[in-house]
Design a protein around this ligand. Structure first.
Ligand code: HEM
Length: 354
């Protein structure tokens, strides 16, 4: 998938240069919006992890910028640009309903228009997820007995919940189930974490160099490599840098907790039904909780870190990445989460690429 991404970048740059201007295949550079590409890359990664099928959101973004279009067969989702935006807005928007009461959502002029959009957007997201689930359920039902099933998360969940359903008629699997959560928002979480990481690394050249040195000890330049777990966890410095970037700019700002029963907390008595909102980004900069904590801690945190380190190896190991404007602040949109809207960077293949 990262090769596919590099292909799009190269091809976009080739549009700007005549072949004679290219001294060799590695002699090019391009300005891109890393935040947008990261959203598509993580989107394609997560869709394949969950469904075992490709969604080609990178291809659709490439087509927006290139007069020469690529066609990819069997797209799982029809309008891929809408798909990426809808999931981002869904994640950003549900906090509206946590902060504003029923009256504001229905009657406040400034809010009700956004609320209407968010509800329509939610319907689109749920319908898209429903269609994916229905399609897979049908495929499983129609499979001949003894046929090999896919290893993707959705197939596994459907099989497990079907077994449970047989045992307990009330249980069924739907888009509301927690297990579909990775599809709804984690691609946006990973893309944001990577964008903020890129921003901070570009502002600390010595840190960037140390990361590259570490990457080159595990994945020597000009040597074919496979990104495997055993090698990736050797990148301790890269891992530490990623943790530090997540601490400085945690994607989640508000971690909510609801108490069904009254209880005593921090010396106060709280009524049943109280909702707590913990601000993990602003108040306490010495804490490190980008993945939450306690019983509801993010179960995908290890997978997320491995995928993010893989991205660091591929992007920073192969390319010189620099911010187009070193003085520009991060372009963010905040609610209970912080979204990196735009990150213009200039990339070119490194002299000694992996
Ligand atoms: C950089 C990427 C990610 C970040 C920053 C992130 C962050 C978080 C945070 C802050 C929570 C709330 C935890 C709490 O309430 O204490 C959460 C929950 C969750 N995350 Fe992640 N996450 C990421 C990637 C993933 C991945 C890759 C998966 C699965 C493939 C995943 C699955 C989940 C699920 C299922 C929950 C709900 C857990 C529950 O409520 O019990 N996340 N995540």
């Amino acid at each position: 998938m990262t090769q596919e991404l590099e292909g799009y970048w190269k091809s976009l740059e080739n549009l700007n240069l005549s072949k004679d201007n290219l001294k060799n295949v590695n002699d090019w550079q391009i300005e891109i919006d890393m935040a947008e590409w990261a959203r598509r890359l993580t989107s394609d990664m997560i869709v394949i992890l969950i469904t075992g099928e490709r969604s080609y959101t990178m291809a659709s973004y490439y087509n927006l910028h290139s007069p020469v279009k690529v066609t990819r067969s069997n797209p799982l989702i029809e309008d891929l640009e809408r798909f990426v935006k809808a999931f981002s807005d869904y994640l950003f928007g549900f906090h509206f309903f946590m902060y504003f009461g029923y009256f504001s959502c229905c009657y406040h002029l400034g809010i009700k228009v956004t609320v209407k959009y968010l509800l329509n957007n939610r319907d689109y997201v749920f319908e898209t997820l429903d269609n994916i689930i229905k399609k897979r359920r049908k495929e499983i039902e129609e499979m001949p007995v003894g046929a090999k099933l896919g290893h993707d998360m959705l197939t596994s969940f459907l099989i497990i919940t079907n077994i449970e359903k047989d045992m307990n008629q009330e249980k069924n699997f739907s888009k509301d189930d927690i297990s579909i959560r990775p599809m709804t928002d984690v691609k946006i979480r990973m893309a944001n974490t990577f964008s903020f990481l890129t921003y901070y690394i570009c502002h600390s050249p010595h840190v960037k160099q140390k990361m590259i040195d570490e990457i080159e000890t595990i994945f020597p330049p000009n040597t074919p490599y496979n990104l495997n777990y055993v090698d990736l966890i050797k990148l301790e410095y890269c891992d530490a840098v990623m943790n530090e970037a997540s601490r400085i700019m945690s994607f989640a700002v508000d971690i909510p907790r609801y108490i069904p029963n009254s209880c005593e907390l921090a010396g106060y008595q709280w009524e049943a039904g109280t909702m707590f909102h913990m601000n993990i980004n602003v108040g306490n900069k010495v804490s490190f909780i980008p993945f939450g904590g306690g019983l509801r801690v993010c179960p995908g945190r290890k997978l997320a870190m491995i995928e993010l380190i893989s991205l660091v190896v591929v992007i920073f190991g192969k390319y010189d990445v620099e911010l187009v404007d070193m003085n520009a602040p991060t372009q963010t949109k905040s609610s209970a989460i912080i979204i990196c809207e735009e990150l213009p960077v200039r990339i070119r293949p490194r002299k000694y690429s992996l």
